[in-house]
Design a protein around this ligand. Structure first.
Ligand SMILES: Cc1cc2nc3c(=O)[nH]c(=O)nc-3n(C[C@H](O)[C@H](O)[C@H](O)COP(=O)(O)O)c2cc1C
Length: 350
């Protein structure tokens, strides 16, 4: 068993967390990971408030172990200034009814007030941890501390790591550019030790980790645990069409690209017709979060319909390493056992 500050603080068996992947990481996946001794994370950002409440209730029914919820709380999403929402509303109004039915997972980010409601639901539910991406507002961290909720910040740069550290989060997740989803420029191999040197908080490694070798390497870089996304897409508990999961199994290093077409922010996703047409078009990004309205319908095209050419499907470089669908609990157990064996082998006991 590998003990770290992460396992001690949260009271979990293994220093392994599943990432809060919007749409993909629903209650079933979070429950499986937490029950296996890791910390499962609900991709909370994609749920409208009632659905979020329901998902958290499902997790609580499925496990009494610690779990986390991911939220996105940049000012652009929490502002009550109605004028700032005008461009988003304009885009939303321009969508056809059919397009809107495909917006599951994006609607909460395009609906004024929805993110504020998500916040209240999560604070009331008091999960063991909340994982924040993009921003770490003081007011929210204060509320979490009052309730004993640990705050993790997912960062992809030194600037964001410093900002999160100064804001007083409990853990920093340093995510390298190999990762699926929104991502920065530095590799995990370089970002993790740089962040470890920079901040006082324990640091988790994210991006490019798919097995026990990745976990052992992350610990050697000074990380207290790992934050894993893409590997868990290829589990029965992850939400997503079989064709999307198969794409992960078949994928190679050449199959992902960096695109701004999803949210207006830099992200790694499967390269396909949609990403290359967007790149080739004169289209300028509508910025964050407005670009979500442009790309929103693409999300369920991939996840729900399995349309690999036109779907927007974040995925990381570990698609090269993932070859089979494995139950999420087994992914956790195998990763922990393999890392343990490697660490014993390279550090013979006296
Ligand atoms: C399909 C997918 C969806 C993601 N959605 C989110 C999200 O909603 N919020 C978030 O903080 N990170 C999201 N991420 C990034 C993950 O949190 C995590 O940092 C990343 O997957 C780790 O790298 P890996 O994919 O190499 O394991 C997503 C990643 C993937 C692959």
């Amino acid at each position: 068993m590998i003990h770290t500050a992460l396992t001690e603080t949260l009271g979990i068996a293994h220093p392994i967390c599943s990432a809060g992947m919007a749409r993909v990481a629903q209650a079933e996946l979070a429950v499986a990971v937490s029950n296996a001794g890791g910390m499962g994370c609900l991709g909370g950002a994609s749920f409208m408030p009632d659905a979020l409440r329901d998902q958290i209730a499902q997790i609580k029914k499925g496990t009494d172990k610690p779990f986390a919820v991911n939220l996105l709380l940049p000012d652009a999403l929490t502002t009550e200034d109605d004028r700032q929402w005008a461009p988003v509303r304009e885009l939303w109004d321009s969508l056809s009814g059919q397009e809107r039915t495909k917006l599951a997972g994006i609607q909460a980010l395009l609906t004024p007030g929805a993110v504020a409601d998500q916040v209240q639901i999560v604070l009331d539910a008091a999960p063991a941890a909340v994982v924040l991406t993009f921003a770490t507002p003081d007011w929210f961290i204060r509320e979490c501390k009052e309730r004993g909720i640990k705050v993790f910040a997912l960062v992809g740069s030194m600037g964001k790591a410093r900002e999160a550290s100064a804001a007083g989060v409990d853990f920093i997740v340093a995510q390298g550019t190999e990762a699926g989803g929104h991502t920065g420029y530095a590799s995990t191999m370089t970002l993790v030790p740089a962040v470890v040197d920079e901040v006082d908080q324990p640091v988790l490694a994210a991006g490019g980790i798919a097995d026990g070798r990745g976990l052992a390497a992350a610990l050697a870089l000074g990380a207290t645990g790992v934050w894993v996304g893409t590997r868990f897409i290829a589990s029965p508990e992850a939400y997503g069409h079989a064709a999307f999961k198969q794409r992960v199994l078949d994928g190679t290093f050449k199959d992902t690209t960096i695109t701004f077409s999803y949210s207006g922010k830099r992200m790694r996703a499967f390269a396909n017709q949609w990403t290359s047409e967007w790149e080739a078009s004169e289209a300028q990004t509508s910025g964050f979060p407005g670009q979500y309205a442009v790309a929103g319908g693409r999300v369920e095209a991939g996840y729900q319909d399995g349309d690999l050419d036109h779907g927007m499907m974040p995925a990381g470089q570990t698609i090269q390493l993932v070859h089979e669908i494995v139950p999420a609990g087994q992914i956790v157990e195998q990763m922990a056992a393999q890392a343990d064996a490697i660490l014993r082998q390279i550090t013979p006991q006296a």
